[in-house]
Design a protein around this ligand. Structure first.
Ligand code: SF4
Length: 295
């Protein structure tokens, strides 16, 4: 049984556009997520240890979005809406509820562009609406010279290793299913790509692993590949840092010292590691003729 909640706002405006995903706004139809990824940064917040159990539907999301977008459209404050930044818009429950679909209908009505961030093939159900958004959305003026699409569809992948993905992302579809879904989106004419996020230190970050992922993304039709390192937050029992270290201790105890020295007391790995990952992914994207940014 899923909880139903009413929220005060559904359209979040960012102070600054996200450099990677290009969104000025985000919309999260649900609170929590049944895909239950161990590394998920929203863990440790109010959702508690098992996000699937605290999954909630924002039942007043459509009426709020209608009001909030009408206001923004009147002032012509167009910007890309990330759907979603703190939940999965196409988890199993969406199949029955169709809440994301209703929100997309409103987004289409007000002609806002979207960036769908998902791990699920259920996005295919909504390609009809997304196609209309792709054609009719009004992009912010400064993006218009470089971006020719009103809808971007990205698929997050942290590893191509199915066994590892099953442990880390227990409720999510297999990586191969995400790639096959991306291929269908590409064939349908969408701007699409892979968010290789999070890249897992010592588990999916070697030259061979990054190369393989970028090469595979290209084969499955990606227009771009964004790569970003794992972040680990918090020290409480429900926080992703705690859960991730538990996972390491159980499955890869030899890696714990390496992680400790890479992260020390911070949530991100060392600056040197991040720079190296960035240059490696840029170089390999170039080699495979894949963009390492959306534009
Ligand atoms: S799919 Fe995304 S939102 Fe859901 S648990 Fe995984 S990382 Fe978090």
């Amino acid at each position: 049984m899923v909880n139903e909640i009413r929220v005060k706002s559904i359209l979040n405006r960012h102070r600054k556009r996200d450099d990677w995903f290009l969104d000025d706004y985000s919309v999260n139809p649900y609170s929590g997520c049944s895909f239950n990824c161990i590394y998920c940064y929203i863990r440790g917040s109010k959702y508690g240890e098992n996000m699937a159990k605290t999954l909630s539907v924002k039942i007043n999301a459509p009426e709020l979005l209608e009001k909030q977008l009408a206001r923004r459209a009147k002032k012509r404050e167009y910007g890309i809406i990330a759907l979603s930044s703190a939940t999965e818009p196409y988890m199993q429950i969406e199949e029955k509820l169709g809440l994301t679909r209703r929100l997309l209908e409103i987004i289409l009505k007000y002609r806002f562009p979207v960036h769908i961030l998902t791990k699920s093939k259920l996005v295919l159900r909504d390609l009809d609406i997304l196609k209309e958004i792709d054609k009719n959305a009004i992009l912010p003026a400064d993006l218009q010279p470089d971006l020719k699409h009103g809808a971007i569809i990205s698929f997050s992948i942290s590893t191509l290793d199915e066994k590892l993905a099953k442990i880390l992302e227990p409720g999510a579809p297999e990586p191969i299913e995400r790639l096959e879904t991306m291929k269908e989106c590409k064939e349908a004419g969408f701007l699409t790509g892979v968010c290789f996020i999070p890249v897992l230190p010592f588990l999916s970050d070697s030259e061979e692993e990054v190369d393989e992922l970028i090469k595979t993304a290209k084969e499955y039709g990606a227009d771009f590949c964004l790569a970003g390192a794992l972040t680990l937050y918090g020290d409480r029992a429900a926080d992703c840092k705690t859960l991730y270290y538990k996972f390491l201790e159980k499955h890869y105890p030899d890696l714990v010292p390496g992680y400790k020295s890479l992260y020390r007391t911070f949530f991100a790995p060392s600056k040197g590691y991040q720079k190296e990952l960035e240059s490696k992914s840029r170089r390999l994207c170039d080699e495979h003729e894949l963009k390492n940014g959306i534009i």
